[in-house]
Write a protein that binds this ligand. Structure first.
Ligand code: NAD
Ligand code: ZN
Ligand code: ZN
Length: 391
């Protein structure tokens, strides 16, 4: 089959690789019909994620048709249409029982590496480094899905297009969990850093969960425009204005009640000293992240407020204002998304016409053209906000 393989920083290639096979009785093989590129893939593309190996197949936002099932997968049959969550979860461990699927204890065969880096291992993820399982990803013609009796979400309503339901694999649940983690209360102002796909889904979800006002930050004009048009958000271009000053002005000095970092490890920050130091450290492997946004969100958040972090971070970092966080009494909530906990109720919202997440798609390309699409997406060229690949 054809698959998009990682070879190093900025180097991904479409290659012919062996077809995946059923290895365990709870596996299924899915023939991929649509699969997206995520901002998380950019952390791999840009070389921020350790334990990648040459030839690793990327991709964790796939959907398709079941082509084969292992003997213990009773809930799926060949021909079923499914969306596959990016989190691989056993459904039976302490964490899965509590619906904290991204923390599954049984799905990372390389748990020892993750434990050494983080104290404990989270779940295995598709196409997301060896530390997180070494699983082949879904930017390919076929995908082996472990624990297929737990993960895949069946789409039985044929009137829904792939593009309407594809983002149940990741970014819609991610935006929703980010907003839910805010603990939004009546009258709250929610500030969202980043108007990429995750930021856009967070904005939509913040309204669903009762926000009174949503303010969104980015520097890319078409992403800000989408946040205004589809997200009904007020926007701040961080290249034109100082975010802290603008947010204080907009909230009469109190600060936004709920702050969401939907940017993560690769924040831009023109002209700020902290980001210049982060970039220099990252360049010589002395630092792993560029955490400008999380610092800014902590400084801006109102006293007693919540900072929710869907943005992905990979390692350790310094100059994090823990003093501000502690003294202002902030609540911090974060995590890889517990996709299986959210995707059924969110599918209902799509079916009910409450949201059609396909509004974020700007580019549809063949799998063969994925390497070019990675660059277009990373560099925000050609108005690119979200790419769907059609294997
Ligand atoms: N928690 C999860 O389970 C989960 C799931 C999916 C994605 N993610 C993470 O969410 C983050 C966003 O993903 P995405 O697909 O939207 O990525 P993206 O790269 O398309 O979007 C990031 C946006 O942040 C903007 N940005 C950069 N610096 C900024 C700053 N200083 N202030 C405000 N905005 C800034 C960029 O211009 C860009 O539009 C990534 O870190 C990704 O890894 C996490
Ligand atoms: Zn993702
Ligand atoms: Zn589990």
């Amino acid at each position: 089959m054809k698959a998009l393989c990682w070879y190093g920083t900025g180097d991904v290639r479409v290659e012919t690789v062996p077809d995946p096979k059923i290895l365990n009785s709870r596996d299924a093989i899915v023939k991929i019909t649509s699969t997206a590129i995520c901002g998380s893939d950019l952390h791999l593309f840009d070389g921020y994620m350790p334990t990648m190996e040459e030839g690793d197949i990327l991709g964790h936002e796939p959907m398709g048709v079941v082509a084969e099932v292992g003997k213990d997968v009773k809930n799926l049959k060949v021909g079923d249409r499914v969306v596959v969550p990016f989190t691989i979860s056993c459904g039976e461990c302490f964490f899965c029982e509590r619906e904290m699927y991204s923390l599954c204890d049984n799905s990372n065969p390389n748990a020892a590496i993750a434990r050494a880096a983080m104290g404990h291992s989270p779940a295995g993820l598709f196409g997301f480094s060896h530390m997180l399982g070494g699983y082949a990803g879904g930017q390919a013609e076929y995908l082996r899905v472990p624990f297929a009796d737990v993960g895949p979400l069946k789409i039985e309503n044929d009137s829904l297009t792939d593009e309407q339901v594809l983002f149940l694999s990741d970014i819609f649940p991610t935006g929703y969990m980010a907003a839910e983690n805010c603990g939004i209360e009546k009258g709250d102002t929610v500030a969202v850093w980043g108007c990429g796909p995750v930021g856009q889904m967070t904005i939509q979800s913040a309204w669903m969960l009762g926000a009174e006002r949503v303010i969104a930050m980015d520097m890319v004009p078409e992403r800000l425009a989408m946040a205004e048009k589809h997200g009904k958000a007020e926007t701040v271009n961080f290249q034109d204005e100082k975010v802290y000053d603008r947010l204080m002005e907009m909230t009469k000095g109190r600060g936004p009640d709920r702050c969401v970092d939907a940017v993560g490890a690769e924040a831009h920050a023109t002209g700020s000293l902290d980001s210049a130091l982060d970039a220099a450290k990252a360049a010589v492997y002395l630092g792993t992240d560029r955490p400008h946004v999380i610092r800014e969100a902590i400084m801006c958040c109102r006293k007693g407020g919540t900072v929710s972090i869907p943005g992905a971070y990979v390692g350790v970092m310094d100059k994090l204002p823990l003093g501000a966080m502690m003294n202002k009494g902030l609540t911090i909530k974060t995590g890889q998304t517990h996709v299986q906990h959210y995707n059924k109720p969110l599918l209902k919202k799509i079916e009910a016409g409450e949201i059609d997440p396909s509004f974020i798609i700007t580019h549809r390309v063949k799998l063969d053209d994925a390497p070019e699409a990675y660059k277009t997406f990373r560099d925000h060229e050609d108005g690119c906000i979200k790419v769907v690949l059609k294997p």
